[in-house]
Design a protein around this ligand. Structure first.
Ligand code: SF4
Length: 398
């Protein structure tokens, strides 16, 4: 392998699609959540500060090469894209080509945001993480935002002062897969963390001045814990006031332990409607003074347009004209879906899972004959089976 390449890990949040990815760790320190097999065959590794610095130097090398194609002061789209593509297609080393492509993509997209990979980068010792952040900002002074994944249990061991130190070194946001705030559900999915630890971690991150983006998995606890899942999560949100709650609707993959537990009859899967009701309940229980924005940035979510500030009266205790209607809008969309006849709810699920609809309007615009044919098709599935598959995930009808 060329000594001009740098590591690129497998995952990033969708909101970091245009960010530069720098791998500071590999794998996950826990690796035992029952719904996740992402790093099952990867032994956790935290890279040394020298090795990460070497990667940053190589990124700087490729950035220099890409910047030859910058047309300064010409227009907002001031890049010779054709020139970049020609150089890329003439490269013979596939790894170098990937590195240059990654850096070009980042710079052409603005070159402002960076995401530190992988599953639990805040497991890097805080001294090492601080060094990396400082060096990164020194080499690329134009960076506006640096974010990272962190596991709640791990984060709960740090204080507000520790996070303030990371903030002043340059860490702006932590993404954390809380998944649920219910202790019973956390136990069922073997998340290895408690609600109390989540709240402690969340409060310390916020007090340290770092933005917090948590993930919520409607339906992950199964039918019997569905209410618990929503209510426990609402308790955490109300206690922590995270900046973002990102919805990742639960859909289990056949290779996971959660799938096996379901096969063994240990719990019953939630339907799409149960999951939508959980989201409704979380919004309904939101406290007035929350500044939290609910984000639906994954195609697995049934109602992807359900997004906005969740506090009653808008963003913050004083309310904000622009956000005052968010909560009612989200609840209205959910109710519009839940109030539809079962056949139409199934048709919409089918259209979403086969990527033929984005929101309810797409279904409502279908011709009468097409809609009738779809209704007849979905209502034939009397055994409410596991027949709607998307990207290998199993989604259940109504
Ligand atoms: S902490 Fe995250 S990456 Fe690790 S096993 Fe759980 S879900 Fe997977």
């Amino acid at each position: 392998m060329s000594d001009r390449t740098f590591r690129i890990g497998p995952i990033r949040p969708p909101s970091e699609a245009n960010s530069l990815l720098i791998q500071v760790t590999n794998g996950c320190t826990w690796n035992k959540c029952k719904f996740c097999q992402l790093y099952r065959h990867t032994k956790f590794k935290a890279y040394s500060a020298d090795s990460i610095r070497a990667d940053i130097d190589n990124i700087a090398y490729w950035a220099e090469r890409v910047r030859k194609y910058e047309r300064k002061g010409v227009s907002a789209f001031a890049w010779d894209i054709e020139g970049i593509n020609t150089e890329l297609s003439n490269m013979t080393d596939a790894d170098e080509q990937q590195c240059m492509y990654t850096v070009a993509n980042w710079l052409v997209g603005g070159g402002e945001n960076v995401f530190l990979q992988d599953g639990n980068s805040t497991a890097l010792s805080s001294g090492r993480l601080t060094d990396v952040l400082v060096y990164l900002r020194q080499v690329f002074p134009q960076i506006k935002r640096i974010t990272s994944y962190g596991r709640a249990e791990n984060l709960s061991r740090s204080t507000a002062e520790d996070f303030a130190e990371l903030k002043s070194a340059g860490l702006d946001r932590i993404h954390s897969g809380f998944e649920t705030g219910s202790d019973a559900v956390l136990k069922r999915i073997n998340k290895g963390v408690t609600q109390e630890q989540q709240i402690r971690a969340g409060k310390a991150i916020k007090a340290g001045g770092i933005e917090l983006s948590i993930y919520f998995m409607p339906g992950v606890g199964g039918k019997d814990l569905s209410a618990d899942n929503a209510e426990g999560t609402a308790e955490v949100i109300n206690a922590v006031n995270p900046d973002f709650v990102r919805v990742r609707t639960a859909a289990i993959k056949p290779e996971t332990e959660l799938y096996q537990d379901w096969q063994d009859g240990l719990f019953e899967l939630c339907s799409d409607d149960d999951k939508v009701r959980e989201i409704r309940r979380v919004i309904e229980l939101a406290d007035e003074d929350l500044l939290t924005y609910l984000v639906s940035d994954h195609m697995i979510n049934l109602l992807q347009s359900v997004e906005g500030y969740i506090a009653p009266g808008g963003c913050g205790a004083a309310g904000d004209q622009d956000t005052a209607g968010d909560r009612e809008h989200m609840l209205g969309l959910i109710d519009r879906y839940l109030d539809m006849p079962e056949a139409d709810r199934r048709v919409f699920q089918l259209l979403r899972r086969t990527l033929r609809a984005y929101d309810l309007g797409d279904m409502e615009r279908l011709g009468a004959a097409e809609r009738e044919a779809l209704r007849a098709e979905v209502m034939k599935e009397n055994d409410l089976g596991w027949n709607v598959r998307m990207n290998g995930y199993i989604c259940r009808y109504v």
